[in-house]
Design a protein around this ligand. Structure first.
Ligand SMILES: O=C(O)[C@@H](CO)OP(=O)(O)O
Ligand SMILES: [Mg+2]
Length: 424
């Protein structure tokens, strides 16, 4: 047996940051080295995402168990991959895709497949004695990503009257990743004291952002600009803002339920245009719903030369949907979540495709996360330039930021992407 041959794969149940069960995989190579991978889980999931397999035993965790997925790894996937080389990522992923046979990976489960795919990548890097980002990106990996830090929450991620799901700080003007995190942390703390001074709630949502009861989306944006100023961070220069509207969650009949009114797609686009005029917004994710291709095209036509328009639910990290988006000029960037598609190979393909059209690729966490830091390495490895992984709070989000801080301080060949990340 070669040193990097897979000796064993073992899946087990662990908890995600919401306390719901997810799975971890321990993979051992012939040389005795072992790695662990852990799979995240979304709340505002897109209908076109690959299928996350959960069992329906309501007695266990309200039906959110993952016993089926675990069983599929241990009894179907593990025996099939035993003996294969961990550096054969493409062949292994292909094998799992074929064994599943369903376009949305509904048979074995995308979470089952991803847990193994991630472990194989980690093991491949280990056997080559390279950090994961270097293994994934080779010499091409040169950039530390700009963090998009979700510090204010609404929508499906919070229990308040704000419709936009995520308001993110983007410290583009920093000169290092470390400085970017410091700037974000100081603004986050300034925001907290502003909320306290106004008698507003400072409890945090799933991703560590605050979820105060505000009157409007504009009130949230005003607060963020005020927080920057309080932290001596210059809006529009040191730091800009990004939004994830998660508009699929707002879809109602033919329109969008937004700030107490039913708006048409066109009215929503007009609204974004005014927001972009009034605030230092650099990026809007999921401004429209997952099947509203026509309005996506109109939005991109209207704002695409000024800001980044990111498809999350629209593309679900799926190369086929991204190809359609490129064809129809539906957006100019794609959100990359490995668990939306289920394998490392397809994730890399999605990024390559986006890049070939001159689009940006934003590597992202899920709202239900674990301490796994693979996405930090992925963002560096593919020179993504941007990573979205929550507030500078909560251990599972900090784990990714800490991984990036560690990478920055241990590899002098890398530089902070800064404004460069948004140039197309
Ligand atoms: O909508 C999103 O972009 C994500 C992550 O912030 O949320 P979820 O994982 O719930 O889909
Ligand atoms: Mg999103």
């Amino acid at each position: 047996m070669m040193d990097d041959a897979i000796r064993s794969i073992h899946a087990m149940e662990i908890l995600d940051s919401r306390g719901n069960p997810t799975l971890a995989v321990q993979l051992e190579l012939a040389d005795g080295s072992a790695v662990v991978s852990r799979v995240p889980s979304g709340a505002s999931t897109g209908a076109h995402e690959a299928v996350e397999l959960r069992d329906h035993d309501k007695a266990r965790y309200g039906g959110k168990g993952v016993l089926k997925a675990i069983d599929h790894v241990n009894t179907i996937i593990a025996p099939a991959l035993k003996g294969m080389s961990a550096t054969d990522q493409v062949a292994i992923d292909q094998r799992m895709i074929e064994m599943d046979g369903d376009p949305q990976k509904a048979r074995l489960g995308a979470n089952a497949i991803l847990s193994v795919s991630l472990a194989v990548a980690a093991a491949g890097a280990h056997s080559r004695r390279q950090p994961l980002y270097r293994y994934l990106g080779g010499l091409n990996a040169a950039l530390l990503p700009v963090p998009l830090l979700n510090v204010l929450n609404g929508g499906a991620h919070a229990d308040n009257n704000v419709d936009i799901q995520e308001f993110m700080l983007v410290p583009v003007g920093a000169s290092t990743f470390r400085e970017a995190m410091q700037m974000a942390q100081e603004t986050y703390q300034a925001l907290k004291s502003l909320l306290q001074a106004k008698g507003l709630r400072t409890a945090v949502g799933d991703e560590g952002g605050f979820a105060p009861d505000l009157e409007s989306n504009r009130e949230a944006l005003d607060l963020l600009v005020e927080a920057m100023e309080k932290a001596h961070v210059k809006p529009g220069e040191d730091m800009v803002l990004a939004l994830d509207v998660a508009a699929t969650e707002l879809k109602k009949d033919d329109g969008y339920q937004f700030e107490g009114q039913l708006l048409t797609g066109m009215q929503l686009i007009d609204y974004y245009q005014l927001l972009v005029r009034d605030y230092p917004i650099i990026s809007i994710e999921d401004g429209l719903s997952e099947d509203d291709w026509d309005h996506w095209q109109l939005l991109t036509d209207r704002l695409g030369d000024r800001i980044q328009l990111v498809g999350d639910d629209l593309f679900v990290t799926n190369p086929e949907r991204i190809a359609r988006g490129i064809d129809e000029a539906s957006a100019n960037a794609v959100l990359i979540k490995p668990n939306q598609i289920g394998t490392v190979t397809e994730t890399l393909e999605a990024i390559r495709l986006a890049r070939s059209a001159g689009w940006n690729a934003v590597v992202s966490h899920r709202s239900g996360e674990t301490e796994d830091t693979m996405i930090a390495d992925l963002a560096v490895g593919v020179n993504g330039g941007q990573i979205k992984t929550g507030a500078p709070a909560r251990g599972e989000r900090i784990a990714k930021y800490n991984r990036l801080l560690t990478i920055e301080q241990s590899d002098s060949a890398l530089t902070y992407a800064g404004w460069e990340a948004f140039r197309r």
